[in-house]
Ligand binder design. Structure first.
Ligand code: PEP
Ligand code: MG
Length: 580
């Protein structure tokens, strides 16, 4: 048995067989092929070689054009190697005679070549080993790339273990068969983590390297509460976790009885509990849990995994499904928030050195007006179907907000001219995700109908901590007093300007913070649908008066550890069954 500590990003326990997904930069396990698979695997190898050659040619041409032929010639050496019949022959021999997988054959052969270069006396020649590793990586990427696509088509239940999963790979996982997943990299606020919650499967990220220690088919336990991954568990551990699964089921059944009751505190304050969704089908999860509305619809997930840019009808159909299902309950559609770690459709984020500080979100929308307008048209068309609201993400300056509103007004004019019906008074909101927006919130509040605090990004930009980097996860902390001050300031502006403020980052769905947020005056929580029953349970167990005391005490604290310890203790005293 071996226990690994990672970061818990989606609650639940999964017990099952491992499916290990290799990745670039990794030890490739030795896989043997079935005899009748040899020909098709050779074909797979040849397509990977052909694709790698095309990539190299493209690089060569770009570099030659920009820097001169001399530099482009570096890639000619790579091409020569890939075209070498002897090398291809060695791969084939390993696949045909020894029944190795193409990945293993490629890796083993090229690493042997690289070692020969590395041992040579001349520094110059030793450097050539890097070129060989480069070719190896490129071929593996092409081979494994195809493998990874198969993730969407699992046919039997498995626990997925991978080095990394992109948000779109995660979004396309089949929930029926993927019982949970673990990734070696990734942090608390990464979008992969958010998608895992949407899928409602247990997930742990940021464990560090372990894939070379596990083979497909071995028994694994994922503990999405504690962030633990247990390889080859012993009988006692399996029994303990099976018991926990049972207990969780009992708690969930108890919480289900709250479904049709309001989220009302013991002193009569009616709190609104909205759901965060990424996919239209999640609207059913929200209804099932008695959500008061949709506080955040992350529409960028319409673009993920799509071959082509979604057209107006694709947008409209998704919004129509959500709006009509929610009826009179509010639905806040956030315009696309792509860039950074959400695989964008447009520019390649790898070209950016700091994607989280780069062309993401509303900035991207304002630079791609035709695409932005398509979405706004669809939102406006859907606005007559229910209480639909529009919200702009990651706004950092007033000019940006004004520009976005101008585009919206322009699209309204277009629709008018075409005689299309829409709600002219559609409420307009913005996300509060950067400290600059908090500093200027008085001004912003004069120009929007509502505000929504995105704590995932607000934490990242306040503490200068990458939300998806496991190495700094200890610094990424919703309990940090600086973050709490910014939230308190935002709620205060909302009160003064009489406009609603909600919180839609992960923090608002974490039971540890519910009393604090209630005490700070938060009346609208927007949380991952699975968290609705728990947050409702807390709201119904406490009074605003006692929460105010908790908030006042919290705001005197100087560090995140004290804050978290105190809040956990307060939760344990009031609602022990929800305190982990
Ligand atoms: C946030 O930043 O808190 C948020 C809700 O937006 P996202 O997680 O999609 O960036
Ligand atoms: Mg955000």
């Amino acid at each position: 048995m071996r226990e690994l500590q990672g970061i818990a990003v989606s609650p639940g326990v999964a017990i099952g067989e491992a499916l290990v997904v290799d990745n670039e930069g990794f030890r490739i396990p030795r896989r043997f092929l079935a005899r009748d698979a040899v020909e098709s695997e050779l074909e797979r190898l040849d397509s990977a070689i052909a694709a790698a050659k095309q990539e190299i040619e493209r690089h060569r041409d770009t570099v030659s054009e920009e820097l001169g032929k001399k530099y482009g010639a570096i890639f000619d050496a790579h091409l020569l190697m890939l075209e070498d019949p002897q090398l291809r022959g060695e791969f084939e021999e390993m696949i045909r005679q020894r029944h190795y997988s193409p990945e293993y054959a490629v890796s083993r052969t090229l690493r042997r070549y690289a070692q020969v270069f590395e041992k040579l006396e001349s520094d110059y020649l030793a450097q050539r080993a890097t070129d060989i590793f480069d070719i190896e990586k490129r071929l593996l990427r092409n081979l494994l790339g195809r493998r990874r696509e198969e993730l969407a088509h699992l046919t039997s239940p498995a626990l997925l273990l991978a080095h990394n999963l992109t948000p779109s790979e995660t979004a396309n996982l089949n929930r029926e068969f993927c019982l949970g997943f673990v990734t070696e990299v990734g942090g608390l606020g990464s979008h992969t983590a958010i998608v895992a919650e949407a899928l409602e499967i247990p997930a742990v990220v940021g464990t560090g390297p372990f894939l070379s220690e596990v083979s497909g088919g071995e028994l694994v336990i994922i503990d999405g509460y504690q962030g633990l991954v247990i390889l080859r568990p012993d009988e006692e551990t399996i029994a303990r976790y099976r018991h926990e699964v049972e207990e969780n089921r009992t708690l969930a059944t108890q919480l289900e009885t709250l479904r049709d009751l309001p989220a009302e505190t013991t002193d009569g304050a009616r709190i609104q509990l909205y759901g965060n969704i990424e996919f239209p089908y999640e609207v059913d999860h929200c209804v099932r849990r008695g959500a008061d509305g949709i506080g955040l619809y992350r529409t960028e997930f319409l673009y993920l995994g799509a071959e082509t840019e979604p057209d107006e009808e694709v947008h409209y159909n998704a919004y129509r499904r959500v709006a009509t299902t929610m009826g009179r309950r509010p639905v806040t559609i956030r315009t696309f928030d792509m860039g950074a770690d959400k695989v964008p459709h447009l520019p390649d984020p790898q070209d950016e050195r700091n994607p989280f500080l780069g062309l993401r979100s509303i900035r991207l929308a304002l630079r791609n007006l035709p695409m932005f307008r398509v979405q706004l048209r669809a939102i406006l068309r859907a606005s007559v179907l229910g209480d639909v609201r529009v919200m702009f993400p990651l706004v950092s300056t007033l000019l940006e907000l004004r520009q976005a509103k101008m585009v919206l007004a322009d699209v309204m004019e277009d629709l008018d001219e075409r005689g299309v019906k829409f709600n002219r008074e559609i409420p307009i909101g913005m996300m509060v995700e950067v400290p600059a927006a908090v500093m200027m919130l008085d001004h912003f509040a004069d120009e929007v109908d509502f505000l929504s605090i995105g704590t995932n990004d607000l934490i990242q930009y306040t503490l200068a901590v990458d939300r998806s980097n496991k190495d700094v996860v200890g610094l990424y902390n919703a309990s940090d007093p600086a973050v709490l001050k910014l939230i308190a300031m935002s709620l205060e502006v909302g009160r003064r300007k009489s406009i609603p403020v909600d919180i839609c980052g992960q923090m608002s769905g974490n039971p540890v913070y519910t009393m604090l947020l209630l005490g700070m005056g938060l009346e609208h929580f927007s949380v991952t649908p699975a968290a609705i029953p728990e947050i409702k349970k807390i709201c119904r167990s406490v009074s605003i008066e006692e929460c105010r005391v908790v908030a006042e005490r919290t705001m005197t604290m100087e560090n995140a550890r004290d804050v978290r310890g105190y809040l956990k203790e307060e939760l344990r005293r009031r609602v022990p069954e929800l305190a982990q």
